[in-house]
Design a binder for this molecule. Structure first.
Ligand code: FAD
Ligand code: 2HG
Ligand code: ZN
Length: 512
């Protein structure tokens, strides 16, 4: 039953840049806050300390930073600043604070909730030029970097030294470590290495008034009062700009195995997860699940771009899982994996599967999983929900949403004139995190009304969270009430106001 993975030709999809979205401010009911307008004096002040190529006002330069990765949210900023030092960030923010000019911190601009782009004319402050690896301790594995270091760059740098970055995600080639920390990104291996709330040891940040918070500790233990850095993890640019991060990195595993398995029911997925935890124990580093519709969407997106890739399995099983193990002894790890695979088949949980035989095959299997996010946005638009739900009801949400769309005549397997192309579910089973993507041919109010508040009410009913990993951004400001009570929201607002009394940091997002 277990076949060796074939080498899958999968060269990746180029993001389509053709769709022009309307301005966010024209699409949604949002009013510009009482902020000052940028004037010639402001520009003159910024020019007094920034390199001329780090202050951009050309439409062409601004177009790229005004629109998000999904091309769904579009702002109207007239100024992009790219500071090269913490003191430049500090001068910029102090001036904006004093003048009441609104700003948006921007990392790799890969965020999926509209948090990284302006809504009106906020100044975009890019961290791209703060991109140095500051120091590394190869005994403790503590890495200290500028916030603008690209995740993949850090990971590759660490791999050469026998370590890895504790976070991995599909956008690793563009997203920045500061952006990852600001969104508290979860990713593909949280199951093994934990959340950034645990692995980030220190943060340096510039506060809205220009003060520098120096919390760049590399200590694992520090019980001297409140752990302030935690406030910045997941703060989405609402209380300051992260300029430096220190993070505890795990050693690189000598032995990595990846298996792709086919299952006939969601119940089997849950049982297999339990079995995997017991049988694989400390070497289990990822447990991802995708449904048939997700695989069909990747397949169709590849074909649309004249690419061909052989599916990992011969049959399109309704649920497919990717299991990764990372350990230090290949013989021991393979023995454990084989015992688990045999057991899962004997128990009739897993009905088909392949095990990657080399690094190329490992990457190819991962690309099927990582390619879903991008493929789902290739049909005109996509509504993305990244939810936390108890495992038993996770796919009930996918089914309920699809049924509602079909019942209301908005989705059909045979009629390509319907606004919904596909409803798909995939995600990090190991973390209780489902990604529900509703791929549409066009954004319509009708579809939106079927999705919301239904999705949020479903989540609230099951005590889940409206954001497991992408954050709140612009998209979910009005959905927070489904996951947090009034008391918690009031406290968040008070903390935000304490850091940012003029409300200049990333307005219209995160908290109302
Ligand atoms: P941006 O998109 O630029 O910004 C995101 C937010 O952080 C914005 O609110 C911005 O204002 C703020 N911000 C950015 N930098 C700073 C800073 N230095 N200081 C203060 N605030 C800042 N997320 C997951 O959790 N798990 C995944 O598996 C995952 N996979 C993804 C796959 C793809 C293909 C894509 C496109 C996105 C994925 N994401 C995932 C979304 C995720 O949030 C981002 O990819 C990443 O964490 C954002 O980093 P960034 O540098 O691009 O930040
Ligand atoms: C993933 O797990 C990312 O692939 C992106 O978090 C999910 O695009 C999405 O909805
Ligand atoms: Zn995810």
């Amino acid at each position: 039953m277990f076949r060796l993975a074939q080498r899958i030709k999968f060269s990746g999809l180029a993001p389509s840049r053709s769709v022009r979205s309307l301005f966010t401010a024209d699409k949604y009911p949002v009013k510009r806050g009482n902020y000052s307008e940028l004037n010639a004096e402001d520009i003159k002040y910024f020019e007094s300390f920034l390199n001329s190529k780090d202050l951009l006002t050309d439409k062409k330069d601004l177009d790229a930073v005004n629109v998000d990765w999904m091309q769904k949210y579009r702002g109207q900023s007239k100024l992009l600043l790219k500071p090269r030092s913490v003191s430049e960030v500090s001068k910029i923010l102090k001036h904006c604070h004093d003048r009441k000019l609104a700003v948006v911190p921007q990392g790799g601009n890969t965020g999926l909730v509209g948090g990284s782009v302006p809504v009106f004319d906020e100044i975009v402050i890019s961290l791209a030029n703060l991109n140095k690896i500051r120091k590394f301790d190869d005994v403790s594995g503590t890495l200290t970097v500028d916030a603008g270091v690209i995740l993949q760059t850090a990971d590759e740098w660490l791999r050469e030294r026998g370590y890895i970055f504790p976070l991995d995600l599909g956008a690793k080639g563009s997203c920045q470590i500061g952006g990852n920390v600001a969104t508290n990104a979860g990713g593909l291996r949280l199951l093994r290495y934990g959340s950034l709330h645990g692995t980030v040891l220190g943060i340096e940040a510039v506060l809205p008034n220009g003060d520098i918070f120096n919390g760049l500790s590399t200590l694992r233990k520090d019980n001297t009062g409140l752990d302030l850095k935690q406030l910045f993890i997941g703060s989405e640019g609402s209380i300051g700009i992260i300029t430096g991060v220190s993070v505890l990195c795990p050693p690189k595993s000598n032995s990595v195995n990846v298996a792709w398995l086919g299952l006939d029911s969601y119940e089997a997925v849950q049982k297999t997860f339990k079995l995997a935890k017991n049988a694989l124990g400390e070497i289990l580093s990822s447990f991802e699940c995708v449904d048939r519709a997700s695989m069909e969407v990747v397949d169709a997106a590849l074909k649309k771009h004249d690419m061909e890739a052989q599916q990992p399995l011969e049959s399109m099983h309704p649920y497919q899982i990717l299991i990764e193990t990372s350990g230090s002894n290949s013989e021991h790890d393979e023995q454990k994996l084989n015992a688990f695979l045999e057991n899962s088949m004997e128990n009739e949980l897993v009905v088909d599967g392949v095990v990657a035989q080399d690094e190329g095959q490992i990457q190819a299997l991962w690309q099927w999983r990582e390619g879903i996010s991008e493929s789902s946005g290739k049909w005109g638009g996509v509504y993305k929900y990244d939810v936390s739900l108890p495992l038993p009801v996770m796919w009930d949400l996918v089914k309920a949403v699809e049924n509602r769309l079909i019942e209301r005549n908005l989705q059909s397997k045979t009629d390509s004139t319907k606004p919904v192309y596909a409803t798909i579910g995939y995600g990090h089973i190991g973390d209780g995190n489902l990604h529900l993507n509703v791929c549409v041919r066009e954004y319509t109010k009708e579809v939106e009304d079927v999705l919301e508040p239904f999705v949020f009410e479903f989540i609230a009913k099951h005590n889940g969270s409206v954001s497991a990993e992408h954050g709140v951004g612009f998209q979910k400001v009005h959905a927070l009430q489904y996951s947090k009570d009034a008391g918690a929201l009031k406290l968040i607002k008070e903390v935000k106001n304490m850091f940012d009394p003029h409300g200049i940091m990333n307005p219209y997002k995160f908290i109302e």
